[in-house]
Structure formats: structure tokens, C-alpha cells
Design a protein around this ligand. Sequence first.
Ligand SMILES: Nc1ncnc2c1ncn2[C@@H]1O[C@H](COP(=O)(O)OP(=O)(O)O)[C@@H](O)[C@H]1O
Ligand SMILES: O=c1ccn([C@H]2C[C@H](O)[C@@H](COP(=O)(O)O)O2)c(=O)[nH]1
Length: 254
Amino acid sequence: MLFSAAVRVCGRLRLVIQRPPARVCPVMSRLFHSDSQGNSVKDKAKSTICVEGNIASGKTSCLEYFSNTANLEVLTEPVAKWRNVQGHNPLGLMYTDPTRWGLTLQTYVQLTMLDVHTRPSVAPVKMMERSIHSAKYIFVENLYKSAKMPEVDYVVLSEWFNWITKNIDLSVDLIVYLRTSPETCYQRLKMRCREEERLIPLDYLHAIHELYEEWLVKQSSFPVPAPVLVIDADKNMEEMIQHYEEHRGKILAA
Ligand SMILES: Nc1ncnc2c1ncn2[C@@H]1O[C@H](COP(=O)(O)OP(=O)(O)O)[C@@H](O)[C@H]1O
Ligand SMILES: O=c1ccn([C@H]2C[C@H](O)[C@@H](COP(=O)(O)O)O2)c(=O)[nH]1
């Protein structure tokens, strides 16, 4: 509704159109925090670390390990939402029929990852599990490359992704890549026993591994949004803890 008021200017009656009182939508103000020139800005005193890696490479375990670090907040991947959105399970549907449900899952992954990226952090360092970048460059790409996602779905998701990354500040300061062999992930995945993942073949983990290697190690496929710290994650938990302690300073200084 426009607010108008009749005012008298130099004896004449003029209609003045007024703007409605500014209503601040919390989600929009979170997404479009801007400077005086209208550019989207991020609180530079804070930093964001994304822990990346293949399925069951040990990302959640890594976040758990760092979770009691002072001045650091961990945000795990919203997998619970992907398994249950208003009673539906897009993750399970995608594994059952990727051609039909790949777009559905990846649209929801993109939305929920956007939410994690833009969620204000109380601590100076935010450690996230994966990112909107890997959702697109690894998982969407894999569906498309393996001919399981129709081109129209890929194009629509890509347009969304390009708009989001161009208009919203999702900057990342460090990527920690937990590098594993697909065989290690296969063993850990079997041990974890997530119902939806029981049919994942070793080949699928090989394909995801190759995409991660091209993106973060060879850096030959897609833009890499931050410096990459590669950690050999084929080791047992005790050795992983040693790695994490060796790199703690570098990680927290991101
Ligand atoms: N370094 C490790 N050695 C052996 N098992 C591990 C190691 N890291 C994680 N695990 C186990 O492997 C499974 C997958 O780990 P998780 O942290 O959930 O991986 P992700 O979050 O990357 O999917 C879990 O059962 C976890 O306990
Ligand atoms: O964009 C994405 C991100 C993740 N997934 C799948 C892969 C796994 O089955 C789960 C969660 O991954 P974890 O590596 O165990 O954390 O979600 C996907 O399909 N698309």
C-alpha cells in the first residue's frame, strides 16, 4: 500500500506520495547486508572454514573434534533435513531414482546450504561441513556427467547457483580437504550404515573422488573459492587427531 498525504505547499494543495514504512525481513537482511554503496558485504572480522571430502571421509568426525574449541562454531551439513522435509525424504528418493529426483534433492541442498552460509555466527570462526560450492561442483556435476540429470534440470540449477553466488556474499576463507581413497570411504560408509546409502556402489565414490581431485587438488575444473589445506584422511582416528593438532593454528588463523 502506498501512503499518501495532502500537504499545502505555497498555498497549493499537493499530493505527496510517501514510501511505506521500511519493513525489515530478517532473511533478506541476512542475505543482503550491504554497505553505503549498496554492495553486499560480510563482517570481515569473522572467517569461514569449509571441511570438504567424499561421502564418509570423516567430515562430521572432524567437526565433532573441533566442536569444543573456543571461539569456533561448527555447523554440520543439514543431512537430517535432506532425509526429512515435511515428511518427505529427498535424499532417499534421489538414490532410488536419480533422474527423477536429482533436481529435487539438489534444489533443497542448495537452499539449506545457503542458509548455513548466511547464518550469523556468534564465534569469530565458523567451521562448516561442505558448502554450496561442492553441492554444485561435485554432486550436481556428477549427476549431469553420469547422464542421470536431464540438461534442463542442470541448466536451471546452474542459473540459480550463478545468481546466488553473484548476488550474495558466500565467501570462504579456507577449505580443509579430507583426502581419502574411495575404498576407505566405502568401508566407513558400510560401517556407518545410513539406510539411504546402502546401495551406493564403490564406483559412485570413485566418481565423487575424481571430481574433488579435479576441483581442489588439480584445480582444473571449477573456481576454488579459498586456499586449500589438504589432509590425508585415510588414517585412523588417533592419527587424524595428530593431523588436526598439527594444523590447528593454520585452521584457526584462517
Ligand atoms: N579416521 C577414521 N578412522 C576410522 N573410522 C572413521 C574415521 N573417521 C570417521 N570414521 C567413521 O566413519 C564413518 C563416517 O564418518 P563421518 O565423520 O560420518 O563422515 P562424513 O561426515 O564425511 O560422511 C563414521 O562411522 C565414523 O565414526
Ligand atoms: O550436494 C550434495 C551433498 C551431499 N549429498 C549426499 C551424499 C551423502 O549420501 C549425504 C551426506 O553426505 P556426507 O558425506 O555423509 O556428509 O548427502 C548429495 O547427494 N548432494
